[in-house]
Every structure is written in C-alpha cells, then in structure tokens.
Write a protein that binds this ligand. Structure first.
Ligand code: TNX
Length: 537
C-alpha cells in the first residue's frame, strides 16, 4: 500500500510542479503553520488519519482539477467549488474555467486502486501545494469532499502572505463507510413538508455523509404523492394533516425534483407507502379499499392502529399495483418501503397473505421490498429487508430468514423522541433520548449479527412538528451522531471525543440557519469561532 502511495504521490507531485512551472510569476514559498490533522473536528470520524503537521495554502491561486472522462467527477469538483465559495467567499476555478495564475491544485482523481475498499471509499492526501482525492467513483469523491469542506477553516490567516490564506491541515485520510446504508426517515404524512424543506434536510444530511432518505409518504392523516391513475388520493387524502391544517402533497414533478436533488448529493430516496394499516387517508379517498368495517372520515388526530386495507379483494391489489408502478417509475433507487407496521385491526393470517402478495408486486416493478419489523412474520424472501424498530422477536425472525436488517430501535434512534422532560416537541412513548444516549450505543452489538446489518436509520415522525424549525429542533444535533454510528467503525467512536467535535459543528449549523437543540451536555462553540490551527514558534 505504501509503495502504491509513493508512486502515486510522485506522479501528483510532478503534476503540481508542472502546474507551478507554468504560472507566469513564481510566488515566494509560504511558510505554513504547524497543524494536527488528527485533532480536527471531523464528523463522521474517518477510518484512518495520519497528520503531517503542515498545511495546504488554500487561496486565490488554487484551482480544482478533476479526472477527464470520469463520470460525475467534474460535477463533484463544481460542487466543492460552490461550497468553498459559500463558506469563505473564495472563487476557485474548476478544470481551468476562469483560471488565472494557478499555484496550487485540488485534484479529484478517479483511481482504480484496490486499496479503495468500496464505491464510497476515498483517500485524501493534503500536501503543501496539492490536495489529492482518490476514489473509484464520483460517489466516493463526493464523500471525500465533505471531509475537505469540514477542514477548510472559516477564517483566513492573514499573517502568512500578502493574500488571504485558509490553511488546510496536511496529512492523509483513508476512509470508507462501516455500513452501506446510512439513513434518516422523514414523515411527511402526519405533517407535510415542502420540497424546499426536504432539500434543506438533504443538504444537511449529505454534509455528514448520510446517503439514504426514506420518505414516509402516506399514513392515516395524509397521502402525499400524486398517483395519476388514482387522483383522489391527493385531492381528498392529501387535504389535511394532524391538527387540521391544510396538508399538501408532492406532484410527481416535485418528487422527481427531490430525487434529482438527492442524487446530485449521492443520496437515494426510498419511498414508503404504509399498508395494510396506516391507510385511513387512502380509504377516505377510495372507500372500497377499507377493511375495518367503519365508514372512513378524514383523520387529524395522532392515534395509530385503527385502519386497514381489505386484504381479500383483488381490486385492492390492482390499486396497489398501480401505486407501486407509478412510484417505482420515478424512483431510480433499488428500494420500495411498504410499511407494514402496527396493523392492529388486520387479522394475522390476512396480514401475512397481504405482505406475501405485496412483496411480489414490489418485485414485479423491479424493487427490493423494505418493511417495518412486523413484515418478517410473513413468508417473504431473503432479498427483502426488515427495518427493526421495536420487536426483538421479529428481528430474530428476519435473521432466521437470512434477511438484511436496518437498525432503527425506537429507544435509541427515534428522532421524534423528546430529549428530556423539558423538550418543546416530540413524544416519549419509547424513551427520552438525550444527545449522549442517542450516540452511546453500538448498532453492531445491539442484538442482530453484523452480517445481517445493512445499516442504521433514524426516523423522524412528525405528529408534533409542523415546520422546518421544529424538524431541525428534533433532528439536530442527534442525527449528526447517527451519521457517525453508521459511517465510523466502533473503535473510532467515543462520546467524550465526539462531544468536542460536535460542539465545533455550531458555526456550520448557524451558517446553515439550523435551529438545533442546544443541549447543555455540549459546550457549543459559538459564532466567534476563532482560527483553530496551532502555530508553534
Ligand atoms: C410508531 S415506528 C409508529 C409511527 C408513529 C411513531 C411515533 C412505527 C413503525 N410506527 O406510526 O408515528 O411510533 O413515535
């Protein structure tokens, strides 16, 4: 590994020298401050960090270059440039467009090196005059630039050279994710959230390398996605929400825009249509669907478990086929979530019959089924996925079937649980989840074997929240901890160390106008954030 690195660094060093030689006037060498890359507040913590105690001089003479003919790499470079511009108001050219004098390069390189463990793996080499990001895929490069964004200091050091310089601590980072599935769920059914709200959430999640956003698109209180063959679902079923406000829904164009925006950030959207329970809004729109024997009416409360589809009617399955077909057609990701939770008024044998049939419909439309942990009682395939939220017995059934599991235990990973008794929003039926409890558990050892774990997801149910500020209050800062629980290996996780790095997220969260919960377990760094690199004399 060392040998490949040396050869590669030689290659890039010569590339850098060549670039420097090409510049018209050679600037004096800047003496950079002593830094410690391993002391930077990166979240999630990378696999390996090797400091070299100098710095890269990010300044107006820096340019980004990306591998030619490597799909998506130039876009990753452009994304990085725009985020650097947002953070420190420095314009950096990408692949020479607009370049004047170039003295230093950030090179985003497509590499076939077998050292890169997965499509999301990356290596970041920060030298005095070059930063090199190696990855097999643009997805890996995208994860790598999130690390780099976190390393760019907010304030320039104006004593080093006539121009402003933002020193990026030097060294190597070798990184790849512990779990391939790192997610959050947003319930847009109990309260509706606009496309812009969802985009903001996507932006924040992707900064912490979360790569899955599960949208809970239907429930008793609302149906939130346009289905062209069944228009009343949104006309009627989308018209209200918890508390009686006017609800809302995504047109298919809106949904495609969310999918596109997420894909630009290498995030997969997972649509959920919850059934056979949690279906009151659908049954109000089309009463033939209803199987609970009562006349359905729009519901604006917070109870669960009272609705069910009629599991013995062919027309119900024809309806589901249309719904899955339309949503699958605008969902490029591999998954379709069918809910399956809390079907308290569906008889067990009907529930099993229903899930068996729905699994086949999902597969027919080319997707892999995900369901809440109850689905493991049905006769489903090992290729389907169980999302473990409550029952250990159901989790064990999924393991016995050889299924993969998304770990989302309500007691640890539910973003809608209150922090403590003083919390402004949230519920506490599963637990109070302060910021340390949210972080201090080990998904790898929570009860199912590591080989069955696809990843970790933190669901945000929205009974008690109705706007983006309230969403942010519950999600932040806890979701940042879940990003580390799913990306970083357990040997690299430690609450005492994490809480200092979390405190350092305050300037980013403030800049992004995130109304996070300022837990007093954290000694938040406020906006007077000063330049952090140590300078030795
Ligand atoms: C349980 S978790 C539910 C949701 C509620 C949530 C509130 C799960 C699969 N079902 O319907 O919104 O609790 O915390």
């Amino acid at each position: 590994m060392m040998k490949t690195f040396c050869i590669r660094s030689l290659f890039f060093a010569s590339l850098t020298l060549l670039l420097i030689a090409c510049t018209e006037e050679k600037k004096e060498r800047i003496v950079m401050p002593i830094t410690d890359l391993s002391d930077e507040s990166l979240i999630p913590k990378p696999l390996k960090t090797i400091p070299t105690n100098s710095a890269f001089a990010l300044d107006q003479f820096t340019a980004i270059y990306t591998s030619k003919n490597a799909t998506g790499f130039e876009e990753v470079g452009t994304f990085l440039a725009s985020k650097i511009k947002d953070k420190i108001n420095l314009t950096i050219p990408v692949n020479s467009q607009g370049a004047n004098t170039v003295e230093r390069v950030i090179y985003i390189n497509q590499s076939d090196s077998t050292d890169l463990a997965s499509t999301e793996a990356y290596q970041l080499y920060i030298n005095q005059d070059s930063i090199i990001i190696n990855s097999n895929t643009a997805e890996g490069a995208f994860r790598g630039i999130q690390t780099l964004r976190q390393l760019v200091p907010l304030k320039s050091n104006d004593t080093l050279a006539p121009q402003k310089i933002w020193p990026v601590p030097s060294g190597k980072i070798i990184d790849s994710p512990n779990f391939e599935y790192r997610g959050s769920m947003l319930d847009v059914a109990r309260h509706f959230f606009s496309v812009d709200d969802v985009k903001k959430y996507i932006d924040l999640l992707s900064y912490y390398k979360i790569n899955m956003l599960h949208l809970h698109l239907s429930d008793d209180q609302g149906w939130r996605i346009e289905i062209k063959s069944w228009p009343k679902l949104t006309e009627v079923g989308g018209s209200t929400e918890v508390g009686g406000e006017s609800g809302g829904f995504y047109t298919q164009e809106d949904y495609k825009e969310i999918v596109r925006y997420a894909a630009e950030r290498y995030m997969t959207i997972i649509p959920e249509i919850d059934m056979p329970g949690h279906t009151n809004a659908a049954s109000v729109s089309y009463p033939f669907l209803n199987g609970n024997g009562k006349t359905p009416k729009l519901y604006e409360g917070m109870r669960v478990g009272f609705s069910t589809f009629d599991t013995r009617k062919d027309t119900v399955y024809a309806f589901i086929d249309d719904v899955v077909e339309e949503i699958a057609a605008i969902t490029p990701g591999p998954y379709f979530h069918v809910g399956g939770d809390e079907s308290h008024v569906t008889k067990k044998k009907d529930y099993i019959y229903f899930i068996n049939k729905v699994e086949k419909i999902v597969q027919k439309h080319g997707k892999r089924m995900i369901g809440w942990d109850e689905v493991a009682i049905a006769d489903i395939d090992a290729t389907s996925i169980s999302q473990w939220w409550a029952s250990e017995e159901n989790a064990q059934k999924a393991v016995d079937k050889g299924m993969q599991i998304i770990v989302s235990p309500a007691k640890k990973a539910y973003l809608d649980m209150e922090y403590d008794t003083l919390s402004k929003f949230g519920l506490h039926w599963a637990a109070y989840i302060p910021v340390d409890t949210a972080y201090n558990w080990t998904p790898e050892e929570y009860g199912v074997p590591m080989k069955n774990i696809l990843g970790v997801e933190a669901p945000l149910w929205s009974e008690t929240i109705s706007n983006i500020d309230e969403l942010e209050y519950l999600a932040f800062p806890r979701i940042i901890g879940y990003s580390e629980l799913s990306w970083s290996i357990k040997e690299n996780r430690d609450w005492e160390n994490y809480k200092v790095r979390l405190a350092d997220q305050a300037p980013f969260l403030d800049r992004m106008d995130v109304k996070y919960y300022q837990s007093n377990l954290i000694d938040w760094k406020k906006s007077d954030y000063s330049y952090k690199t140590i300078t030795k004399d």
